[in-house]
Design a binder for this molecule. Structure first.
Ligand SMILES: NC(=O)C1=CN([C@@H]2O[C@H](COP(=O)(O)OP(=O)(O)OC[C@H]3O[C@@H](n4cnc5c(N)ncnc54)[C@H](OP(=O)(O)O)[C@@H]3O)[C@@H](O)[C@H]2O)[C@@H](O)CC1
Ligand SMILES: [K+]
Length: 487
């Protein structure tokens, strides 16, 4: 599992460790790890050209010491001071002692940047606020031929949220210290970080609020049938989806649900005939959720159209977990959080940012925010929704973020942009609902579903990627399920 901690926590751990170590020891550890990665990336250090962008704090200090280490191995290193007079004095002395060059002239700096084999971005790290300052912006726009390595964090990315409030410097590799910062895992920040490598500097950190699952974590959470299992013990997931106008959503939600580990799928809705024709293993019931037989979780809303209101009300009145998606979310936004007030079982909401805007408006009373703004602040958006509705929220997008009302957050590391395709969300809803019915708590059900769905998207798209259909994503689920278990 990848763990991320906010700046405040990192600073506290740093202070606690620094009090027990000789001065500067922590920075030396960070710089040594950084220099080792740079050497690996360069292949041959001797004779290579390295440019070090240096800001006014310890982030620049790390970069200067790493630059000095590379210079001692024969690299031609130039430090470009973006805040001359404030650059880390010890790091600067070390670089000079290793015969590194130092300049504060932007023209020289930009020329060096463009022809370097490797650039170290030590402009700003966890002490940063706002995007790049004007003197640094030209580097973000300049031509580059070498690899850009961000020190701890790409400069201009907000460490705690992944927001990019202006211009940021795009990295190919980020070497972070002690722990991941949330901004390295959440878009848009994550998209600036490239491949992220963690250097252990010995910090003792508390349990993280924010995590990202990896194969082994998902494998441990997957529901597996025991020798005694029958379909009811493995869980029955009820799917209330599709309408006369959108029968396809019912098929796709059922396709996802059939591959999510529940023992059976029970469908209610207007597309029963199509569902049984395509998936004869589905149980079909007339009427809505209230009159259907016993299920262990409901999925309500994909392609629900007019019927979504009634289906939502009936599912929410049940005492089993309910996943609300698509048209169900629109209906929920109309009522607001009071619709969930009497629930005794968990609720999982799976909005994209447009639906999130409607849900927030339903909670706050104001006009819906622009979806793009919510996408740029996806961690805050998911947390706000989870708190307002007292529900687990899976906010879909370039980084899917899952927030529990208790404060825990999971960030999904899998996926492909090809997944932004019609019906893909219906498959995800069915899959997550199936995992809920199989007994996973909502945070686990949602994050395992997002993980498998992202992998299935990649599997269906192939490499190099090509457009995928939602049904192909559902059909790829068994293969990725097996791959996760075998890893
Ligand atoms: N914590 C740890 O465990 C360890 C931390 N280590 C390292 O230290 C780094 C943190 O160092 P730090 O605290 O000196 O802050 P840092 O990010 O260098 O910023 C400094 C100053 O920059 C300025 N500034 C602000 N915004 C800006 C912007 N947008 N663009 C440009 N400048 C901006 C602002 O100063 P101002 O110019 O406003 O006076 C601010 O005070 C950390 O990321 C890691 O690399 C490791 O060595 C060891 C273990
Ligand atoms: K940086």
């Amino acid at each position: 599992m990848r763990h991320a901690h906010p700046v405040e926590t990192v600073r506290a751990a740093e202070a606690e460790l620094m009090a027990r170590l000789p001065e500067g020891a922590l920075m030396q550890r960070a710089a040594a790890g950084l220099a080792a990665t740079c050497a690996r990336l360069l292949g041959r250090v001797y004779g290579s050209r390295v440019t070090v962008l240096v800001g006014s704090g310890d982030n620049g200090g790390d970069a200067l010491y790493a630059g000095a280490a590379l210079a001692r191995r024969g690299a031609r290193v130039t430090a470009v001071l973006l805040a001359p007079g404030k650059a880390h004095a010890g790091g600067l002395a070390a670089l000079r002692a290793a015969r590194g060059r130092v300049t504060a002239e932007q023209e020289v700096g930009l020329a060096d940047f463009s022809c370097a084999d490797l650039v170290l971005d030590g402009i700003v790290g966890i002490g940063g606020r706002g995007g790049l300052r004007p003197g640094a912006v030209p580097y973000a726009e300049a031509r580059r031929r070498g690899v850009v390595v961000a020190v701890d964090l790409p400069s201009g990315v907000d460490a705690d949220t992944g927001e990019v409030p202006g211009v940021a410097l795009r990295a190919d590799v980020t070497v972070c210290f002690g722990t991941y910062k949330p901004g390295l895992l959440i878009d848009p920040g994550a998209s600036y970080a490239g491949a992220v490598q963690l250097v252990d500097i010995g910090l003792t950190l508390p349990q993280p609020e924010l995590t990202a699952l990896q194969h082994a974590d998902v494998a441990a959470l997957l529901p597996l049938p025991g020798a005694e299992s029958d379909k009811y013990r493995r869980g029955v997931v009820g799917v209330a989806a599709g309408s006369a106008t959108y029968p396809g959503a019912a098929l796709l939600a059922v396709a996802g649900a059939l591959r999510g580990g529940a023992g059976a799928v029970r469908y209610v809705g207007a597309a029963a005939e199509e569902v049984v024709r395509r998936f004869p293993e589905t149980l079909v019931t007339e009427g809505g959720p209230a009159g259907a037989g016993r299920v262990q979780a409901w999925v309500v809303g994909p392609g629900g159209g007019e019927g979504a209101r009634q289906a939502l009300a009936e599912a929410l009145a049940s005492d089993v977990p309910v996943l609300v998606d698509a048209d169900g979310l629109t209906e929920l936004g109309r009522i607001g959080p009071s619709a969930l007030a009497g629930r005794t079982a968990p609720t999982l909401l799976t909005p994209h940012t447009g639906e999130a805007a409607r849900l927030l408006a339903g909670a706050d009373g104001g006009a819906p925010a622009a979806a793009d703004d919510l996408a740029a602040r996806r961690l805050a958006t998911a947390r706000r929704l989870a708190a307002a509705y007292r529900a687990t929220v899976l906010l879909k997008g370039s980084t899917t973020v899952i927030a529990d009302p208790g404060g825990a957050v999971r960030v999904n590391p899998t996926g492909t942009s090809w997944l932004a395709t019609a019906g893909s969300g219906d498959v995800l809803a069915g899959l997550a609902g199936s995992l809920l019915a199989a007994g996973l708590p909502p945070l686990d059900a949602a994050s395992v579903a997002a993980y498998l769905h992202g992998l299935a998207g990649r599997e269906a798209a192939g490499a190099p990627g090509a457009p995928v259909t939602a049904l192909a994503v559902a059909e790829a689920l068994p293969a990725v399920w097996r791959a996760v278990r075998q890893a």
